[in-house]
Design a protein around this ligand. Structure first.
Ligand SMILES: [Fe+2]
Length: 331
């Protein structure tokens, strides 16, 4: 892995309650490749509540009936729990030490979407833990509200009218809230081990909160830097859709999590464009010196393509993963 440098640019903080300017976002994206936000209705108490629920859920043994009842693979791929070592490998030859719980749009809101959109979403299943679902839903709404506060800024970053992103990301049908649990791993860990290997996200923007250090992002100049843990702040990464719209002027933020000798949890909200939304370089970013770099593709196609690649990487490691799983089950 490329080394993390210490002489890095700090990650700019945008206060959503202080009428942030597009220029702040632009500078942040060009220098650090991402930015932190606070305000905008984000509430640290809700985040702490959710972390507490996550601790309760992830702390259960894997064979506990509550976990087994929401196991994705035992529920026709429904959005729920994926045990350790089942996360796709974004980089070939790596193993992801993380377990996850995925949540999608509520059934009630899903039912209000057109039928063809409903068919694209496999609803969430929920663990029998008091207020787990309610807490996730509160956090979901706060994050979507904060994202809506960023939409006009990102739209203007893309040299479009302020309503551009809202028009292209109105359904929430492909949004996902992921709850992640990373175990502590020995310092002598296998060199193929990662928390999550380096990748970019496939949507428009991603909001991330972590309760302990571990997340690293790559700046546009190629340096890997650590994202500090700041209670009440969320890190905003640019996704592939923004990179494609801007013809590579604003890079999707590469990020990764190495294994750490301490346990950590993170909450990640992927804010996607609508599934059939086509993305291709906008005219404003295509010039003689920067001709179009990306072919037209829909958000749905982009996610499917990237996930298929990551899943194929994971399947290549299946024999190794099976050995590790057997060792875990023996312990
Ligand atoms: Fe990611």
């Amino acid at each position: 892995m490329n080394q993390v440098v210490s002489d890095h640019p700090s990650i700019p903080l945008i206060d959503l309650d202080a009428q942030p300017r597009v220029e702040q976002i632009r500078q942040a994206c060009l220098s650090a490749g991402c930015f932190n936000v606070k305000g905008g209705g984000l509430n640290d108490r809700v985040t702490r509540d959710l972390l507490e629920k996550m601790t309760g859920f992830f702390g259960l043994p894997d064979n506990h009936p509550i976990k087994q009842a929401v196991h994705r693979n035992q529920n026709s791929g429904a959005n729920g729990w994926s045990p350790m070592l089942e996360e796709p490998a974004y980089e070939a030859g790596t193993i992801a030490w993380v377990e996850s719980f995925d949540c999608v749009l509520s059934r009630e809101r899903l039912s209000r979407l057109p039928g063809e959109l409903q068919e694209k979403v496999v609803p969430s299943i929920w663990p029998e833990i008091s207020r787990f679902r309610d807490t996730v839903r509160i956090q979901w709404d706060l994050l979507i509200s904060a994202a809506h506060g960023l939409y006009p800024l990102v739209s203007c970053l893309l040299k479009q009218h302020p309503g551009f992103l809202a028009e292209h990301a109105s359904s929430q049908a492909l949004n996902t809230l992921r709850l992640l649990n990373y175990p502590s791993r020995p310092q002598s860990d296998d060199e193929r081990s990662r928390g999550i290997s380096a990748h970019t996200d496939f949507e428009c923007i991603t909001l991330i909160s972590q309760d302990a250090p571990g997340l690293e992002v790559q700046t546009p100049s190629g340096k890997w830097i650590q994202v500090p843990v700041e209670p009440g702040q969320w890190t905003v990464l640019l996704g592939d859709m923004v990179e494609r719209w801007s013809n590579g002027v604003y890079k999707a933020t590469p990020h990764r999590v190495p294994t750490t000798s301490w346990p950590r949890r993170s909450i990640v909200m992927f804010v996607a464009a609508d599934s059939g939304c086509s993305v291709e370089p906008l005219d404003e970013f295509v010039t003689a010196s920067n001709p179009a770099k990306f072919e037209r593709m829909t958000q749905d196609e982009l996610i499917r393509m990237a996930m298929a690649r990551a899943e194929s990487n994971r399947l290549q490691m299946a024999p190794e993963i099976q050995k590790l799983r057997s060792a875990i089950n023996r312990d």
